[in-house]
Ligand binder design. Sequence first.
Ligand code: FES
Ligand SMILES: [Fe+2]
Length: 415
Amino acid sequence: MDANSPIAYAFSMPVNKSHAPLDSTALAKSLAPFGQSRMLPPEAYTSDEVFAWESANFFAGWHCIGRSADIAAAGMQRADKVGDTTALLVRGEDLVLRAFANVCRHRGHEILPCGGSTTARAITCPYHSWSYRLDGDLFNAAAYQGESNFDVSEFPLRALPVQEWHGWIFLDPSGASGPLEMHLSGLSERIGPYQPERLVVMATHEYVIEANWKIVNENYQECYHCTSIHPELCQVSPPESGENWEPTLGSWVGGWQELREHATTMSLDGHSDGVPIPNLSPAELRRIDYIGVFPNLLISLHPDYLMTHRAIPLSPSRTWVECSWAFPPEAIASPTFDPAYAVDFWDITNREDWSACESVQRGLESGFAKAGPLSPAEDAIYQFVTMVARGYLGQPLSPLNVATPNAAQTQKVDH
Ligand code: FES
Ligand SMILES: [Fe+2]
């Protein structure tokens, strides 16, 4: 069965609209008008119960699980953590990417261990060697040959909705989050000119941050802190420059900042060792766009490279983040190309950010924290926080979306 087929969606309907285990009065304060609102209550960042709810709801809906280029060849298979379970990604002979529950239809053994990968012409369970085609159909179950009461067509792997979008892979483990196009509504117009799908990742750093995944998102959504903790960034980009965009029907938040006059990109001295991404507008060549796609992908569009942060929450107070830098083929064609000008700058800035995030986590765990106010410069955090608060209450994430089910309303279901 094709993971993208309507049949895959038909297996799954929203079954749980429970609210997160948080005080609704506190959430109402988070949803008050901008200027009067408060942050999420501290328990949203510290509670095991809230974390479990988020794993079963936010991370059971559409979220990014990597880049297409990492699983590009026919037969490539990979098992990834999604929410609190794992999914199996498979590139078919037809080069279509499919996703399945990583559970054998015989007695439930995992097809691959979480984090494992292989390349083969079939999907084989390691326990009793049931074999599935790359499209998930069972074709061989040892010792069942000739059994009249056994029909292999009854036991395909359970397909999950998966979609490739501008070179990223998005998965909806719940199968109940509606079209990805709604989740990302309005974003292709912003991202499209940069052609992320043709950019090549030349460097990747992994970080484990001792802070809740939302603190990492919130930190990304404001430059109110830049003057205090980012001297390098302020050298090349005025922290007070730019604006944030109005909410859309999509589940993302974003805005832009300018480059200082001497700078052509974000690097320690503003110089670029690459080349501009082809066909960008004069305005796009003078600014950085910062986009947070709910719940776990941060996309930073530079004139000459694209940086992404992809997060996987590990616990209420710990988050794994993969930071990648991708460049246009025209830049890496040079035998002397070195991505260090971008990587070094952002690695310094990342670590400044993680240090602040970890301090916030400790403060929120101290027992003395109360939900604080947002400054006028923190309007994008307001967008993010209200998105989370609406999700906690079982409402659509976008303030403009009053009718369409989305990740916030779903919970994993038995397909
Ligand atoms: S559990 Fe997979 S073949 Fe038995
Ligand atoms: Fe920062």
